[in-house]
Ligand binder design. Structure first.
Ligand code: BG6
Length: 304
């Protein structure tokens, strides 16, 4: 198989395709130091990202359901072509519910796969998708694990339609944290946000980094390209870098909402924080033949 991570036997051993118990293909990427990432062809969803010590960095619910068409509660589901309920499609669009294929021959990216282990996936609309969203597209997702354990996701969406179309997008990233009361989110200070808990009303964040004491469901608009989640108890910091993704969605369902989510444990809100690189405030419009690229890079660094 010609995986884009490279064609040597060495690299092929670092990309393995297995099946889960429901027969869904899973692609496991391993870097030479033993870090790993697992990507499901159901939804093109990253399900796991582990350090070279085997520590899981993404949250997955103990109640997660691994049978399609629903996405798994955790990892990094992809929201496309609609974010949330901001449109007529199903919540967060259909991409996360679809079966993706491995793209054997993706068009090259500049600064491509050097020193990384990568897999390329592809989603094209089915006839049924075209009935609910009548736009022809090619969605290429590249997932890479670097030698130093960073996880990189690159989405490329191309309009192969005769007419323009618009979409919103998010990498709905469930970070695994020690305790929601122990974390701080930096990089969103003073930004405007749309509050999903207040009919999407626009507010302005005050000067401090974010800490969490209750449910949060916000779209921070036009953030800088780096935000960080500091976990005091674990003494580690997630660094989230993004390109082409102007917004940051922050979500934690807290105690009451957690109880209403069937595939989520009552107390699990304490161990997760969703921080999504997203394009929600201003939908992306593509003319025929145009392509949009959104890139997310996650890394973990020790902190005090
Ligand atoms: C967040 C939304 O991104 O995703 C929330 O802002 C939503 O409103 C949450 O509840 C989870 O969505 P879902 O469809 O995966 O349960």
């Amino acid at each position: 198989m010609n995986h884009s991570g490279g064609e040597s036997d060495h690299n092929r051993k670092l990309v393995q395709v297995t099946k889960d118990k429901n027969g869904i293909d899973l692609v496991v990427l391993r870097n030479p130091r033993g870090a790993s990432a697992t990507v499901s062809l159901h939804g093109g969803q990253v399900l796991s990202w582990k350090t070279d010590r085997g520590e899981e960095l993404l949250f997955s619910s103990s109640k997660a359901v691994f049978s399609p068409p629903k996405p798994v509660r955790g990892g990094i589901p992809i929201c496309f072509p609609q974010f949330g309920n901001r449109g007529t499609l199903e919540q967060h669009g259909f991409a996360r519910n679809k079966t993706w294929v491995i793209d054997q021959n993706p068009p090259p990216l500049s600064a491509d796969s050097n020193g990384k282990v990568c897999i390329d996936l592809l989603l094209k609309p089915s006839e049924d998708d075209m009935k609910i969203w009548p736009h022809s597209f090619e969605f290429r997702l590249k997932v890479c694990l670097t030698v130093d354990g960073r996880l990189i996701l690159i989405s490329r969406i191309r309009n192969i339609n005769g007419k323009p179309f618009s979409f919103s997008f998010a990498f709905h990233t469930y970070l695994s944290i020690s305790d929601i009361s122990e974390v701080r989110l930096e990089g969103l200070e003073t930004l405007d946000y749309l509050d999903n808990l207040c009919q999407k009303e626009r507010f302005t964040e005050q000067g401090d980094s974010l800490t969490f004491e209750s449910e949060v469901d916000r779209v921070y608009l036009d953030s800088c390209d780096m935000v960080a989640v500091l976990d005091h108890e674990k003494k580690q910091t997630f660094v989230i870098r993004k390109e082409g993704l102007p917004d940051v969605v922050v979500w934690n369902p807290w105690e009451k909402k957690s109880k209403s989510i069937v595939d989520f444990g009552d107390e699990e809100y304490k161990q997760m924080l969703c921080v999504d690189g997203a394009a929600v405030g201003n939908p992306i419009t593509l003319k025929p033949g145009e392509e949009w690229t959104g890139r997310l890079e996650l890394s973990i660094v020790p902190s005090t």
